[in-house]
Ligand binder design. Structure first.
Ligand SMILES: Cc1cc2nc3c(=O)[nH]c(=O)nc-3n(C[C@H](O)[C@H](O)[C@H](O)COP(=O)(O)OP(=O)(O)OC[C@H]3O[C@@H](n4cnc5c(N)ncnc54)[C@H](O)[C@@H]3O)c2cc1C
Length: 465
């Protein structure tokens, strides 16, 4: 006989596990089906382990570039990448276990195995567990997988995606990174700080395609200063693997070239994990790119099935998955709430300098509100805290609509950017104006003063710049 639940979640990433907990809080009987480790890509093969590596890289850079300034002369640094890699795996393990204890605490049943929809309210589980689960509500939270274009065979030795990259225990001499999005940038930074000669190849005319071009300009300049070669407007053409390494053929405005390296990281995107889930059985439709189609309440085209996180498309970010997880469950429970606003989802890159943005770019705001949009900037070279800590590259930029000065976007690059963006997220949730943020006392000296100053600058009231 099938086990009955109010909610069955397929996938235990930051979308699925958070949704399960919220449903349990609302008194639902919940099962979570997971074919891999609890915590999904984020906790095991994404956000968390990569941030452990990035912390190591930032420490190396601080000692190497700024140690002397602060009278810390460490001599020649001896770097052992296997140690930071081991730390990153340990942190991932700890958080995967943490998800299991949250399930226990909230009386959520964890079902190990691969889930496949067999009908509008039925899931067949195969693998570690063989079980049939019946649930009034099914939540698809199956995430996404690494993608490599045709012609590239990922072998885990010479050719890596982020998954294999998190498992390598040594840094090669030379590496080519294809793609200057978040994943490519973060690995490029880590490996460069641990001694590799890194070349980034990006087809778009700027790093971070789609982000505010001013952010990309500063990032590119800073990466070049760190001896990371950045080739934008450069198309990947072909990859050849031989005994001793890889040859990456690229083309751009300046013609064609072949780059030689020990390894190549393919970081050009991810695909929805929506295949072989039995979606037809429930009447769940996909968009042309394979993402599950959802409405603003995260309902799919099947009345009993919702979808959240990476598999539902939009920004492929953990916090977006979590927000949607809570929203999907609350909508289903009939709670009064609004949809998750994609413009209120911050995006962060955790290399140095850090990059973070939210809402509209300046160009998007001008297209929407006209040329009177208010833009305020504040460079970290004018921030006492940034200069004192020897991290003065970058700026804070705030974009506001012209009528009330309501903040509609913010773009930060520099020290602490990934933490500072939270203030702008809150400002946007509260529909705050540049006057309100500019008139808020910010502790001195803090990096956060840059936010206040950028808000004041948008009104022509900047003090320190
Ligand atoms: C290297 C890297 C770094 C990243 N860093 C960040 C970051 O710093 N910040 C950020 O916000 N985002 C980051 N991301 C993106 C983030 O990891 C994803 O957006 C997030 O994990 C998506 O969450 P999810 O719950 O939708 O899916 P996932 O985390 O992908 O989880 C889906 C789960 O479903 C399981 N599953 C799939 N199909 C089935 C099935 N049929 N049966 C049972 N189980 C199934 C999978 O095994 C997986 O555990 C990073 C990604 C990568 C690759």
């Amino acid at each position: 006989m099938a086990d009955r639940f109010d909610l069955a979640v397929i996938g235990s990433g930051p979308g699925g596990y958070v949704a399960a907990i919220r449903a349990a809080q609302l008194g639902r009987k919940v099962a979570v089906i997971e074919e891999d480790r609890p915590g999904g890509v984020c906790l095991n093969w994404g956000c968390i382990p990569s941030k452990a590596l990035l912390s190591g890289a930032a420490l190396v850079e601080n000692l190497r570039s700024h140690g002397e300034t602060f009278g810390v002369v460490a001599g020649e640094l001896r770097l052992d990448y296997s140690k930071v890699q081991a730390h990153s795996r340990k942190v991932a393990d700890r958080f995967a276990k943490g998800v299991m204890s949250l399930f226990k605490k909230n009386q959520i049943e964890f079902v190990a195995g691969r889930g496949r929809i067999a009908g509008p309210t039925t899931i067949e589980v195969k693998g570690a567990t063989e079980r049939t689960i019946e649930a009034d509500h099914i939540l698809l939270a199956t995430g996404s997988v690494e993608w490599a274009p045709p012609g590239i065979t990922v072998d885990g030795e010479r050719v890596l995606t982020s998954r294999e990259a998190l498992a390598v225990t040594s840094v090669p001499e030379k590496i080519v990174v294809i793609g200057a999005g978040a994943v490519g940038i973060e690995f490029a930074y880590v490996w460069a700080m641990y001694g590799a000669k890194v070349t980034i190849v990006e087809m778009a005319p700027q790093m971070l395609p789609g982000a505010d071009p001013e952010l990309a300009q500063v990032l590119q300049r800073e990466f070049r200063r760190k001896n990371i070669e950045v080739k934008v407007g450069t198309r990947f053409e072909e990859l050849k693997v031989n005994g001793s390494g890889v040859r990456v053929a690229v083309s751009g405005e300046k013609g064609s070239a072949e780059l030689e390296a020990d390894q190549v990281l393919v970081a050009i995107g991810r695909r929805a994990k929506s295949a072989d889930l039995g979606l037809d059985a429930a009447g769940v439709e996909l968009d042309p790119k394979g993402f599950v189609k959802v409405d603003p309440a995260l309902r799919t085209t099947a009345p009993t099935v919702s979808a959240i996180g990476d598999v539902a498309g939009g920004a492929l970010l953990a916090h977006k998955a979590s927000e949607e997880g809570v929203a999907a469950v609350e909508f289903h429970a009939g709670l009064k709430r609004g949809p998750v606003d994609p413009h209120h989802i911050p995006a962060c890159i955790y290399a140095e300098p850090q990059v973070a943005w939210i809402g509209l770019t300046e160009a998007e705001a001008r297209a929407k509100y006209g040329d009177d949009v208010k833009v305020g900037r504040f460079p970290f070279t004018a921030s006492g805290k940034a200069v004192a800590s020897a991290h003065s590259a970058g700026f804070a930029k705030i974009v506001a609509e012209p009528k009330y000065g309501q903040i509609v976007g913010a773009h930060l690059i520099g020290a602490g950017a990934t933490e500072l963006i939270a203030e702008l997220g809150l400002a946007m949730t509260l529909e705050a104006t540049t006057t309100e943020v500019g008139d808020t006392a910010h502790a001195h000296p803090t990096l956060a003063e840059a936010i206040k100053e950028a808000a004041l600058a948008a009104e022509g009231r900047g003090i320190n710049f």
